[in-house]
Design a binder for this molecule. Structure first.
Ligand SMILES: Cc1ncc(COP(=O)(O)O)c(C=O)c1O
Length: 393
């Protein structure tokens, strides 16, 4: 039997993808499954972007491209981010990546050595830890508390010894799984804390355009030249323009760092698919009203979910989400009373009520679950009817 490399021997595929696969299996058996597990918009990609990819193929944009991406696209991303995010970006500071995920992977591979560590405010997105493991580095979770509304509170970490091998921190606002959007003041404090400790900042801003309650997004790199120099900004259109399957995103960092990430990309996946890059040029100049209409729809669903959750307050608590399309629910009381873990709860909810949700432990926080409201109100209504029945049973 082939001996698998140590590097991947304990590597598992994404837990969320596993839940989605089980949900698909039950669906195939004829059950009416409603999955609140997957983090992807249910809308189709906006029509102008669809049209652009068809035109690109017809025009023969089907060949290899430069590893960092078409120069025209790097220029368009640099222009868009400079205007919208409020920090100057040179096209040479932009790398076109296969989704935000591969941008994060490349960044971590180029940033950390075995034996070093990355700090992550936790609960946090499921893929950070495996990516850090793959780089041979370790994770130091920085706890976020429900009492603080899962906001970064540097006072809480005062007593923590941050080891000298800590190389960087991943900041993710709007946040997955909590849906919390950090304020500019909070980000200023957090960035100052990180810079004082000589940490690189990987800022995962993939949900930057999905924000409610008239709040605004702040990029770490917009907090001044020092913050920009120490940060690697990761983003893309997967969530904001319903382009999850396209595998398109970008990373913005110092030119020498981008050059290294581009070299790694050139030796692995080569580059992002040519016609996807071409269509992304259209996405960079899409009318803001298209994204806004999707956000308005998400907002209605968010409000509906909160109404339903408020009615379940004897069983649970939740943190009001102001961004992305997730709600993080604390089920400690109910789970303790029923002697169940969050994982067992999610398995039962799927197998008995045919509702998919993700256990909080996947994000580093037990006794909780994450639901996604990236599905229509009709489905949400059915899902909550079933969750309510299950909790009250
Ligand atoms: C916090 C976070 N970062 C990155 C990604 C990956 O985004 P993409 O689909 O663009 O690779 C996701 C997707 O779920 C996410 O939730």
């Amino acid at each position: 039997m082939l001996k698998i490399a140590n590097r991947v021997s304990s590597l598992k595929s994404s837990s969320i993808m596993e839940i989605s696969a089980r949900a698909a299996q039950l669906k195939a058996q004829g059950h009416e499954v409603i999955s609140l597990a997957a983090g992807e918009p249910d809308f189709n990609t906006p029509e102008p972007i669809q049209a652009a990819v068809t035109a690109a193929m017809k025009e023969g944009i089907t060949k290899y491209t430069p590893a960092p991406g078409f120069q025209k696209l790097r220029e368009a991303i640099a222009k868009m981010v400079s205007t919208e995010n409020g920090f100057p970006v040179d096209p040479e500071e932009v790398l076109v990546t296969s989704g935000a995920k591969h941008g994060l992977y490349l960044a971590l591979q180029c940033l950390v050595d075995p034996g070093e560590a990355i700090l992550i405010p936790t609960p946090s997105w499921v893929s950070y830890r495996p990516m850090i493991d793959l780089a041979g580095a370790s994770v130091i979770p920085l706890p976020l508390y429900e009492e603080d509304g899962y906001r970064p509170n540097i006072e809480r970490w005062k007593g923590m010894a941050i080891p000298p091998n800590a190389k960087g921190i991943i900041i993710n606002s709007p946040n997955n799984p909590t849906g919390v959007v950090y304020s500019r003041e909070e980000l200023v404090k957090l960035t100052g804390w990180a810079l004082q400790r000589n940490l690189w900042i990987i800022s995962d801003e993939i949900y930057e355009k999905i924000i409610y309650d008239n709040l605004t997004h702040t990029s770490i790199a917009a907090l001044g030249p020092e913050a920009k120099k120490a940060s690697i900004t990761i983003s893309g259109f997967s969530k904001s323009y319903a382009m999850t399957g396209w595998r398109f995103g970008w990373a913005i960092a110092d030119k020498p760092f981008v050059a290294k990430m581009a070299a790694l990309q050139s030796q692995s996946n080569s580059h992002v698919t040519s016609f996807v890059q071409w269509a992304a040029l259209t996405a960079c100049t899409l009318s803001p009203s298209i994204g806004a209409s999707m956000v308005a729809e998400f907002d209605q669903r968010r409000r509906y979910c909160m109404e339903r959750l408020d009615k379940l307050s004897p069983h649970l608590t939740y943190t009001r989400p102001t961004g992305a399309f997730y709600i993080f629910i604390n089920l400690s009381k109910w789970l303790l009373a029923h002697k169940m873990t969050d994982l067992e709860f999610c398995k039962e909810l799927l197998d008995k009520e045919y509702v998919g949700a993700v256990p909080g432990s996947s994000f580093g926080k037990e006794h909780s679950i994450r639901i996604s409201y990236a599905t229509n109100i009709e489905n949400l209504k059915k899902a909550f009817d079933r969750i309510e029945a299950y909790l009250n049973r």
